[in-house]
Each structure stands twice: as C-alpha cells, then as structure tokens.
Design a protein around this ligand. Sequence first.
Ligand SMILES: [Zn+2]
Length: 64
Amino acid sequence: MSRELWINAGSVLAVDPNASVKCPECGEADLKVFDTKAGEDHIERHMRCPRCGAYSALYKNITE
Ligand SMILES: [Zn+2]
C-alpha cells in the first residue's frame, strides 16, 4: 500500500522537487528532496522523511 503512495509522491516530486508531499510511511512530515547526478543525462532524486527516516529514490532524465 505504501508502495503506491511512494509512486504518487515520486510523480509529484519528479515534476516539482519543492512540492510539499507528506511521507507515505508516517504521513506526518513532508519529504525532504535532494538530487545527485547519475551519469551524463540522469539525476537520482532522493526522497527522505525527516521524522521516521523512510526513504525512496527515483531516476530522472534531465535531457528532456
Ligand atoms: Zn515518515
């Protein structure tokens, strides 16, 4: 169930990393987002909850 919420969170944060998205696990804090470079044309976007430590990441093509 939280898997679907992570997918929703990821789809929002892929477009707008400054969006306020509640943690899919605890639902009580907004996810913190930061990017790292992943090769020439992708970034890895990390999403972490400052409250419970839940974490996920997604790859994003930055050449589009
Ligand atoms: Zn949380």
